[in-house]
Design a protein around this ligand. Structure first.
Ligand code: NAG
Length: 183
């Protein structure tokens, strides 16, 4: 009887030690996760000219119910360069590959689904997957990061988009990206 009591105490003690370790471990992971990687670059969406990097694959169908400015139903596919600075000729850091489509009937609002493919720096070869709502006329747009590959396995986070330059006649634009990612 006494021996059984000792065994139970030892088992309980070990269980408590294990739990304390688990709690400590979780706390440490949380601290690391609270410090996201910040990436900053510029995105160039060129729809006009001889070598566009974004192409219209579906024209917005004429629909009485939608505002003409909403581009509802339009689909563009892009392979847009990402650069360090705001100039087109600035050092390349990657590509934004995917699509954006008019998915708001009342105003200009895209569903944007893309991979950010990094081609230089410490994350060269890694990708981030973004999926979210982009209303290009808003001052700041937020897109969720839903995953990644390479250094960005298990990635989650968000990207803040701000239009740096826009040609209202052609639709060509340069957008500043601030990406905050935990991985
Ligand atoms: C990125 O990685 C590729 C493949 O390893 C390599 O060929 C390329 O030179 C690297 N680019 C930079 C800018 O480091």
């Amino acid at each position: 009887m006494a021996k059984k009591g000792v065994t139970t105490t030892v088992v309980l003690f070990l269980a408590l030690v294990a739990e304390a370790h688990a709690v400590h471990g979780a706390g440490r992971r949380k601290e690391e996760a609270a410090d996201p990687t910040h990436l900053h670059f510029y995105f160039h969406d060129t729809v006009s000219g001889k070598s566009p990097t974004a192409v219209r694959v579906v024209e917005p169908p004429p629909a009485a119910s939608s505002s003409p400015m909403s581009m509802f139903g339009m689909v563009n596919v892009m392979d847009d360069p990402l650069t360090e600075g705001p100039e087109q000729g600035s050092a390349p850091v990657g590509r934004a590959q995917g699509l954006y489509m008019g998915s708001d009937q009342a105003r200009l609002g895209f569903l944007q689904a893309m991979n950010l493919v990094l081609t230089s720096g410490p994350y060269n070869g890694s990708t981030l997957a973004l999926l979210g709502r982009n209303c290009p006329l808003d001052a700041v747009r937020e897109l969720p990061i839903v995953g990644g590959t390479g250094a960005f396995r298990f990635a989650r986070g968000y990207a803040l988009l701000r239009t740096h330059w826009l040609d209202v006649r052609t639709g060509d634009a340069t957008v500043e990206y601030d990406v905050y990612v935990m991985h």
